[in-house]
Write a protein that binds this ligand. Structure first.
Ligand code: AMP
Ligand code: GLY
Length: 425
């Protein structure tokens, strides 16, 4: 089976690694040096739909696996389907569940999915009135895609006002911020739960926890994610079953009723509040770096499920996914200056990883002399699996620290909340 993977980050490397391990032949566009070790990387950008269609047809791929949200929101899956090509992911209409927070919130409310109360505004006075009505802390969100940076959790009213003005008057996120959501603050611990969806059915994965802050102890600025681990003890089977019933099933039904059935990977960002799990956000694709942490734990074959959804055959009769009884920790290595800036051209010294440790590439490239160098904010993901989370954390941190490049940033505490829980019990 030949699979075309669109994208070139750590998530795409982890998916390509899993599919390659199942015997798939891997093509990627644009890929990265890690994926190049598994298959062929083609010089086409994820946004060049014409080039991607040409590649998929010429290479007679069984299906195309789309990693990032931007090509999905831009209609890659619609275009592929129109060309008679199988692609895993939602249509542009269904990708609105991530691309428009207003749309997402509307569908959640319509479907009765537990989530924070929110109102939508395009002018400053009405947004400020709504923020005052909710009181601090309050959450201000740009409605459109803002590369994960369009959310301000305002602890005070002046912060909320500054955020509203920055988005609506200061044009901080361009058109993505010309509509804002003023949202109730939810208290609790966050986790991510992914489900493979065929428009009707949802096949859930396991709960996994991302670490969005740059610095240890979850301090410092928000990033795309500095690490992730699984499994997570508070993400019990009951939490997953509850999310199937109260989150995924009603969402799929409401999306279908709107004429935008969701096919692909639906990512629920959940807040475990004292009243149960509530949705923080949906994404329309696999999470990064969560995917890197969970792929090594997935025992079931992934390729046939992705292909069934991509080809429109659906998931009827699919067995629940099986997971290895191990723990996994992904430590992200980021460039100096990240998240404000993203470096490139810095030489990387990447040692060979031992058994049980994987290096998934993200922002890397080969320099003129063939040497590995940085090519972006998040550079590499060092994923260790071990019988216990503590061992997985120490191996992941140890091997991440052995990867050297100038300005390197990393956290060595991925999974700390879970370890604190284990220590407390
Ligand atoms: P989002 O881009 O919607 O995932 O938001 C980014 C981050 O902001 C989330 O991961 C949460 O940590 C935080 N956040 C978003 N919405 C809320 C909310 N209603 N209550 C508390 N925290 C939130
Ligand atoms: N890890 C967060 C995301 O993929 O959006």
């Amino acid at each position: 089976m030949k699979v075309l993977v669109i994208g070139g980050g750590g998530r795409e490397h982890a998916l390509a690694w899993k599919l390659h391990g199942e015997g798939a032949e891997i093509l990627a566009a644009p890929g990265n040096p890690g994926i190049a070790a598994l298959g062929a990387c083609l010089a086409a950008s994820a946004s060049d739909l014409d080039a991607l269609v040409t590649i998929a047809r010429r290479e007679r791929v069984a299906f195309t696996m789309v990693g990032p949200e931007a090509p999905l929101a831009a209609g890659l899956v619609d275009r592929f389907r129109a060309e008679g090509l199988a692609a895993f992911g939602p249509t542009a209409a269904a990708a609105q569940v991530e691309a428009s927070k207003r749309f997402s919130k509307e569908v959640m409310v319509e479907a009765g999915v537990p989530t924070a109360r929110a109102t939508t505004h395009t002018d400053v006075p009405s947004a400020l009135r709504a923020a005052h009505a909710l009181g601090a802390p309050v959450v201000i969100k740009a409605s459109g895609l803002a590369a994960g940076k369009g959310v301000v959790v305002a602890m005070t009213m002046p912060e909320a006002e500054a955020a509203v003005r920055m988005m609506l008057e200061g044009n901080a996120f361009g058109a993505a911020g010309h509509e804002v959501l003023v949202e109730e603050f939810m208290e609790g611990e966050e986790l991510s739960l992914f489900a493979i969806c065929d428009g009707v059915r949802a096949l859930p994965m396991i709960c996994v926890q991302d670490h969005k802050r740059l610095l240890e102890g979850d301090r410092g600025p928000n990033t795309g994610g500095m690490g992730a681990y699984a499994p997570i003890s508070i993400g019990t089977r009951a939490v997953v079953a509850d999310a199937e019933r109260r989150v995924f099933a009603p969402m799929l039904a409401a999306m279908a009723a709107r004429g935008a059935p969701f096919t692909g990977l639906l990512y629920a960002g959940l807040m475990l509040t004292k009243d149960g799990a509530r949705v923080v956000e949906f994404n329309c694709r696999f999470g990064d770096p969560e995917t890197q942490a969970i792929m090594p734990l997935l025992d079931s074959a992934l390729g046939p499920l992705l292909q069934a959804v991509a080809a429109g055959d659906g998931l009827a009769g699919a067995a629940p996914l099986k997971w290895r009884p191990s723990s996994s920790v992904c430590t992200v290595l980021a460039s100096g200056g990240y998240p404000e800036s993203s470096g490139s051209g810095v030489p990387i010294d990447l040692p060979e990883m031992p058994d049980g440790v994987l290096a998934f590439h993200a922002g890397t490239r080969r320099g003129a002399d063939g040497r590995l160098e940085t090519n972006g904010g998040r550079v590499l993901n060092i994923v260790a699996t071990a019988p216990t989370l503590r061992e997985a954390q120490s191996r992941s941190a140890e091997w991440a620290a052995r990867v050297r490049f100038e300005g390197r940033q990393l956290r060595t505490d991925i999974g700390w909340r879970e370890l604190a829980r284990a220590g407390a019990s």
